[in-house]
Design a protein around this ligand. Structure first.
Ligand SMILES: Cc1cc2nc3c(=O)[nH]c(=O)nc-3n(C[C@H](O)[C@H](O)[C@H](O)COP(=O)(O)OP(=O)(O)OC[C@H]3O[C@@H](n4cnc5c(N)ncnc54)[C@H](O)[C@@H]3O)c2cc1C
Length: 425
């Protein structure tokens, strides 16, 4: 076991969508960056597989879209729902002013591996797996680095900037004493898979009945199902037994009756404890939080991954040049927060409204629900379906890649990216 110290320009804690995209963009712009991910790989089921048109547009701007779309994915061009007895068409992405007019459903580990592989083309990109950031280093009120646990011992990283991309349970934001505001959520979500058959209807998406809600994504070989339950309701469901849960799933989608037995235990399901929160301030001198670490999103609309990517693009646009030149200021960090606050607040407000006006009443009611008038209008005037498509697919103030590309000179030794690493026993 050895303790070692690295000095770099930017240290990112967390290899999720926010951290990997920011690490990739900064390294691409020639900034020396170390990304720490506490797990040994990105392979975890389930962590949000919706790659929206805004993220696909970023991949296009990076010149990577053709290669990216070679990875296995399913295209979602429209979204519909069954509300009680009525079927409503809700969203149509096919008219967006983007190169990809659809949501790509792709395992998040493929997306993250893709960014990791492309990051490695740049000599200043240093991704370290199994590196768990545990504490911040502070000097005179400024964050100057962090400490991480690795299989080889403690790793100290000194950096001009530390970025917390360590998700909704961010250790960095806690250590920095950044305060968050919690907006609550009336529901949790049980995620599980059931096999898909060629005879299944391709467009099943959401189904709402009295006290129940289930959303299904066609993933080719299987259905990715999200069953919405009242907040904290998992223990009650477990006490009612797995058979009762299987029966509820079949009630929502009768065609699943021949395969619902694939749910053999509660371990076949992953519980997402839904949270909506945001930091009052995203930064302190030397430290910035983005993605879920700055604002946990509700799963409504599947925007979490894409908000994290948008944060990363905005942060790279603003920070790459001052980081490369060694002249980063607090104003730069404040500018990132200001740029991303309005889109994030707008999206969270929309999610909170849907939670309060639709999900909460549905989970409590005993009466068969009917679609609200505005959704009925979507059926009569298809053009209206473009509005939610724009809000979901692109969001407010979509970000565009403005960072330059430094030459990906692989022959420059990895030692350059590993920077003045010194080992001491
Ligand atoms: C079950 C579930 C389903 C979801 N479904 C969707 C969906 O369908 N669509 C959607 O858009 N969003 C979905 N989300 C939300 C979405 O996953 C997040 O909003 C998004 O991943 C946020 O990205 P992030 O990079 O900020 O954080 P995260 O994706 O949470 O990534 C944080 C990373 O940091 C690592 N990490 C944590 N602590 C440390 C540490 N101390 N040191 C080093 N590394 C650390 C973690 O291992 C992780 O890889 C879902 C979330 C969950 C949990």
């Amino acid at each position: 076991m050895a303790n070692s110290t690295i000095t770099t320009q930017c240290c990112i804690a967390g290899g999720g969508p926010a951290g990997m995209m920011l690490g990739f963009l900064l390294a691409r712009a020639g900034v020396r960056v170390v990304v720490l991910e506490k797990h040994a790989d990105f392979f975890r089921d389930f962590r949000g597989d919706t790659v929206h048109p805004s993220t696909l547009e970023v991949m296009f701007e990076l010149g990577l879209i053709d290669e990216f779309l070679k990875l296995p994915h399913q295209k979602v061009e429209t979204l519909s729902a069954q509300i009680g007895a009525e079927h409503v068409q809700m969203v149509d992405f096919r008219h967006l002013p983007t190169h990809c007019k659809f949501v790509a459903l792709m395992p998040q580990w493929d997306f993250l591996n893709f960014l990791a592989e492309h990051g490695k083309r740049y000599p200043t990109f240093d991704l370290r797996m199994q590196a768990d950031a545990t504490d911040l280093i502070e000097e005179k009120g400024r964050v100057t680095g962090l400490v991480a646990k690795t299989p080889d011992g403690e790793l100290t990283i000194r950096a001009d900037l530390v970025v917390g991309c360590d998700g909704r349970h961010s250790i960095l934001r806690e250590k920095a004493g950044l305060e968050s505001e919690d907006y609550g959520a009336p529901m949790d979500v049980l995620w599980f898979r059931l096999s898909h058959k060629a005879s299944d209807s391709p467009d099943t998406f959401g189904h709402i009945e009295a006290g129940k809600m289930m959303i299904m994504f066609d993933r080719g070989d299987y259905w990715q199902c999200a069953y919405v339950i009242p907040k904290g309701g998992i223990e009650r469901m477990k006490s009612e037994g797995l058979d009762a849960f299987r029966a509820q799933v079949v009630e929502m989608s009768p065609f699943l009756s021949d395969r619902v037995a694939e749910l053999k235990s509660w371990d076949d399901m992953k519980l997402l404890s839904v949270a909506v929160d945001r930091l009052k301030k995203w930064w302190r001198p030397g430290l910035l939080c983005i993605g879920d670490a700055a604002h946990a999103m509700s799963p409504i609309g599947g925007v979490g991954v894409n908000m994290a990517v948008q944060d990363a693009v905005a942060a790279a646009n603003r920070l790459a040049a001052p980081l490369a030149a060694g002249r980063l200021t607090d104003e730069d960090l404040q500018a990132v927060e200001e740029r991303r606050t309005a889109p994030m607040r707008f999206t969270q407000r929309l999610q909170l409204t849907i939670q309060q006006r639709i999900i909460s009443p549905v989970l409590k009611t005993q009466q068969r629900p009917k679609p609200p008038l505005f959704l009925k209008l979507f059926g009569v005037f298809p053009i209206l379906r473009r509005i939610p498509a724009r809000l979901l697919g692109l969001g407010i103030r979509p970000e565009h890649v403005q960072t330059p590309e430094a030459p990906p000179v692989l022959e420059m030794s990895r030692a350059v990216s590993r920077q003045r690493e010194s080992a001491s026993a």
